[in-house]
Design a protein around this ligand. Structure first.
Ligand SMILES: [Zn+2]
Length: 137
């Protein structure tokens, strides 16, 4: 499902709000993410670091919020990083998103100003991926 401009603006605003609360004293690289689940509910998350350098990324936080609230299918992911360099999801997050993705799941990355966005289908970021169906569930 393609987002309307209004929906995308709302998702960017929620990702920015989450980014403002990022806990990243070690990397000083605050990231925010928002996820629209199938059905239209939106969840947001920020990166949360720990002193042993094993934190959770913003996308993972947003996925946790989604799962907590009972949704399991991702329609769209928005990611916003702290600079004008686009902050695409890391490898771990691509796999996390994949767990709850469909062939139409989109990942939209915006710069620190919420502009200069780049849109991907998840399959472009993680081609020929391994997912739940590979386990013959
Ligand atoms: Zn990540």
């Amino acid at each position: 499902m393609r987002l309307s401009e209004e929906q995308l603006s709302e998702m960017i605003a929620l990702a920015k709000k989450a980014q403002a609360n990022a806990y990243c004293p070690h990397s000083k690289h605050p990231v925010g993410s928002s996820i629209m689940a199938e059905g239209g509910s939106i969840y947001a998350g920020c990166n949360v670091e720990t002193a042993n350098y094993k934190g959770i990324c913003a996308e993972g936080s947003a996925i946790s919020a989604m799962i907590y609230n009972g949704d399991t299918v991702i329609n769209t992911v928005v990611v916003i990083g702290p600079t004008e360099h686009l902050c695409t999801p890391c490898g771990d997050c691509r796999q996390r998103i994949r767990e709850f993705a469909t062939a139409k799941t989109e990942v939209i990355v915006v710069d620190c100003n919420g502009e200069n966005k780049k849109e991907y289908l998840l399959d472009e970021l993680l081609p020929d991926s391994f997912g739940p169906e590979n386990l013959n569930l």
